[in-house]
Design a protein around this ligand. Structure first.
Ligand code: OGA
Ligand code: NI
Length: 281
C-alpha cells in the first residue's frame, strides 16, 4: 500500500480485484442511467428509510447553492439484514455490490489495523462495535450546463470513522488544505481514503479529517462510490483511553454515535446554509 497525502490519501496495490471495482462502477452507473420506473422502488423522500435514492436539487427556486447530484445509499454490513432492501434493478446490482461491500470492508479493517498500530493502540482496537456499520453511498453528478452556479457536494468532513471512495477517471473531488482547494487526481484502480470526524475524536486529534467538496463539470457525468465505515448506533465515541495522559488531556467529551451524528449534521446545515441536509443523505 502506498500513501500520498496525510489525512486524505490514496491506496493502490490494495488487494481488491480491479475487475470487481470496474463491475461495481458499471452497475452503479447503469442504475443512475436507468429509466425512473425501474428504480421507483427505492426513490424516497423519507430519510429514515435504510435504502434511499434521491436527488439533491429540490429547492431550486430558493436554495443559495444548487446541488447537481443524485445519490443512492444503503447499509451493507450484516448483508442478510439489508440486501433485500437494495435496488432490484439492474438485476446484477445486489450480487455485484454485495461482493464489493465485503471486499471493501476487509480493506477498511486492514487500514484501521494500521491506524491503530500507528496510534500505539492495542491490536484489534477498531474491530467490533467501532466498525460495525458500513454504508455504501453512491453519488452521480450529471453534466451541468453552468458549473460555476452549482456544487456536487458542499464542503464537509465525513462524520464517520473512515471512508473509502472509488472515483472514476472524471475529476471532481477537491480537498481544502492550507486555505485553498486542491484537486484529488483520479488514479487508476486506486481508492481515496478519507479520515472521518469520529477517527479524529478517537485519536484525540492525532488524525484529522480533511474538509472536501465535489464540483461539477459541463462535459461528462461523474460517478463516485463511497464506503463509510463507522460504529453501531449506541456505541460511545470518545478519545481512546490509552492515549490520554496528564500532558495529553481529552480534546472531546464522550458522545453516543446517534447524538454525535445529529450534532455533526446540524453543524453542516448551519455552516453550509443548507435548507435541509436530509436532501444530501
Ligand atoms: C461523500 C464525498 C466525494 C465525491 O460522499 O462524502 O465526499 O467525489 N464524495 O463524490
Ligand atoms: Ni465526503
Amino acid at each position: 500500500m502506498q500513501a500520498k497525502i496525510s489525512d486524505f490519501f490514496q491506496v493502490i496495490n490494495h488487494g481488491v480485484s480491479g475487475v470487481l471495482m470496474d463491475e461495481t462502477m458499471s452497475v452503479v452507473k447503469e442504475f443512475f442511467n436507468m429509466a425512473d420506473e425501474r428504480r421507483a422502488d427505492v426513490f424516497t423522500d423519507d430519510h429514515t428509510k435504510s435504502c434511499r435514492f434521491r436527488t439533491s436539487s429540490t429547492n431550486y427556486a430558493t436554495e443559495e447553492t444548487h446541488y447537481w447530484r443524485d445519490f443512492l445509499r444503503h447499509p451493507c454490513h450484516h448483508l442478510e439484514d439489508f440486501i433485500h432492501l437494495w435496488p432490484q434493478h439492474p438485476t446484477t446490482y445486489r450480487d455485484v455490490v454485495g461482493k464489493y461491500s465485503v471486499e471493501v470492508r476487509n480493506l477498511l479493517l486492514r487500514i484501521m489495523e494500521l491506524m491503530s498500530e500507528g496510534l500505539g493502540l492495542e491490536p484489534g482496537f477498531f474491530e467490533g462495535e467501532l466498525s460495525d456499520d458500513l454504508l455504501i453511498l453512491t453519488n452521480h453528478y450529471p453534466p451541468c450546463p453552468d458549473p460555476s452556479l452549482s456544487l456536487g457536494l458542499p464542503k464537509h468532513s465525513d462524520p464517520n470513522l473512515i471512508t473509502l471512495l472509488l472515483q472514476e477517471h472524471v475529476y471532481g473531488l477537491q480537498v481544502y488544505k492550507d486555505g485553498q482547494w486542491l484537486g484529488v487526481e483520479p488514479l487508476p484502480n486506486a481508492f481515496v481514503v478519507n479520515i472521518g470526524y469520529q477517527l479524529q475524536v478517537v485519536s484525540n486529534d492525532k488524525f484529522k479529517g480533511a474538509e472536501h467538496q465535489a464540483v461539477t463539470n459541463s462535459r461528462e457525468a461523474r460517478t463516485s462510490i463511497g464506503a463509510f465505515m463507522g460504529p453501531c448506533n449506541n456505541c460511545i465515541i470518545e478519545p481512546a483511553k490509552a492515549l490520554i495522559t496528564e500532558d495529553n488531556p481529552p480534546h472531546y467529551k464522550a458522545f453516543n454515535t446517534k447524538s454525535f451524528l445529529k450534532i455533526t449534521w446540524q453543524r453542516l446545515l448551519v455552516t453550509q446554509k443548507l435548507h435541509c441536509w436530509l436532501s444530501m443523505f
